[in-house]
Ligand binder design. Structure first.
Ligand SMILES: Cc1cc2nc3c(=O)[nH]c(=O)nc-3n(C[C@H](O)[C@H](O)[C@H](O)COP(=O)(O)OP(=O)(O)OC[C@H]3O[C@@H](n4cnc5c(N)ncnc54)[C@H](O)[C@@H]3O)c2cc1C
Length: 375
């Protein structure tokens, strides 16, 4: 293509959050950067998610530290790029003694730092829309952006204020440095970072297949609460404590899982847990479920939606709440939480395989760039 510039220090494949975070990191290092994206705009997991940048509950150790680093960078980048942080923090409402035990064990770890217990009776007086709980934990570490606005804003800012070139509607078909072939011509670059999200069949398919990566499909909803209310933060429930590894890997989670298996087997079967966040217009983004397979599930099930809303009503006393929008999203999933490889010198391939890319993107981008620039 005639309008393709030759000669970049780095070409990034994919304009999801991992690609955009990589482009930002590379510009911080003074590199000349281009991003190549198959679609006219980002339409993948990065715009379909909750925009919930979560630290609390991430897998203990390296991944938790990735999330800490990423949350700090998100706040910095958001303020520069004109992205609103819609709310901060997280509340976990525990409704079973086994769930309280998990949270107590969590608080005793380094991950509980700066988290605190709230008085549940006071919380119910302040927030009559909240159901009764046995314990309420607050974490200050999280923040939330409206992904469907934030991701386009981030790419716009990178292009217009940070000097990154974008090639939209352009699929990368092969990477043989210094040549990067696309559906619209070739680019030349010294380094390439491939951030394909859940596109497992275009570039380096054998590498991704060997890593055992598959698709995970999630159902999501937008809910009108039916009354005026302002959520003070994101909310999660007992089901999250057997799903998010920072809690679920604690020995105390076994008893909770057994109890939930007896009481909410259908929820566990569909991989359901509850995250609720709020948007600027007062509506709530509610999810989610997790179904694994070789391909994305195109269809949203009413039964699964009912189960998610059932858990919603366990936590929120909002009888007039109604679903106003539905969508599915899919991310690449594997046993480990991230996959990164160096298929050839100068090239890094990276996928967040634990469903936490919004929360760990900037730290992971730094790792990918280090890998691509390793000689
Ligand atoms: C419903 C849902 C809810 C989620 N909630 C959260 C959450 O609250 N918090 C959190 O941290 N994470 C969450 N996640 C996970 C998170 O959204 C993902 O981990 C993250 O968005 C992955 O980003 P990505 O850039 O790798 O992928 P994507 O956003 O899928 O972007 C990859 C891009 O690469 C492009 N591409 C691929 N191959 C090529 C090629 N050959 N040439 C050109 N372009 C190509 C694709 O078109 C795509 O735009 C959620 C995911 C889903 C689906």
């Amino acid at each position: 293509m005639s309008n393709m510039k030759l000669g970049y220090d780095l070409v990034v494949v994919g304009a999801g959050i991992i690609g955009l975070a990589t482009a930002w990191t590379a510009r911080q290092r003074g590199m000349r950067v281009a991003v190549v994206e198959r679609n006219a705009k980002a339409i993948g997991a990065s715009v379909r998610n909750f925009g919930f940048i979560t630290v609390t509950g991430q897998r203990r150790g390296e991944h938790w530290r990735r999330a800490q680093e990423t949350a700090a960078i998100w706040r910095e980048v958001a303020s520069q790029a004109g992205i609103d942080v819609i709310h901060e923090g997280l509340h976990v409402l525990a409704q079973r003694p086994e769930a309280v035990a998990v949270l107590e064990a969590f608080m005793a770890t380094e991950m509980g730092e700066d988290c605190r217990w709230l008085d549940t009776k006071q919380a119910q007086r302040d927030w009559p829309w909240l159901q009764r709980g046995m314990a309420l934990l607050h974490s200050p570490h999280e923040c939330r952006v409206e992904s469907r606005d934030a991701i386009p804003r981030l790419s716009h800012w990178l292009e217009h204020s940070m000097g990154v070139d974008f090639y939209w509607n352009t699929a990368v078909t092969s990477v043989h440095l210094p040549q990067i072939s696309t559906s619209r011509g070739s680019l030349r670059a010294e380094h390439c970072v491939v951030c394909p999200g859940n596109d497992l069949n275009a570039l380096f398919p054998n590498w991704l297949a060997q890593a055992g990566i598959r698709q995970c499909t999630l159902q999501m909803m937008r809910v009108a609460p039916g009354q005026a209310l302002t959520l003070p933060s994101a909310f999660m429930s007992d089901l999250s404590l057997v799903r998010y590894e920072g809690y679920a890997d604690l020995p105390e989670a076994a008893a909770l899982k057994a109890r939930l298996q007896a009481e909410q087997a259908a929820h566990l079967e569909e991989g359901i847990h509850l995250i609720v966040v709020q948007s600027a217009d007062g509506s709530m983004v509610v999810g989610d479920s997790h179904v694994y397979g070789a391909a994305e599930q195109p269809f949203a099930s009413a039964a699964t939606e009912d189960l998610i809303m059932d858990e919603f009503h366990q936590v929120f006393n909002l009888p007039k709440a109604r679903v106003t929008e539905r969508w599915v999203g899919s991310y690449a999933s594997a046993d480990d939480v991230v996959y990164k490889a160096q298929p050839s010198l100068g090239v890094a391939l990276g996928v967040i395989t634990g469903g936490t890319g919004a929360s760990t993107s900037f730290a992971f981008a730094r790792e990918l760039l280090d890998l691509a620039t390793t000689v």
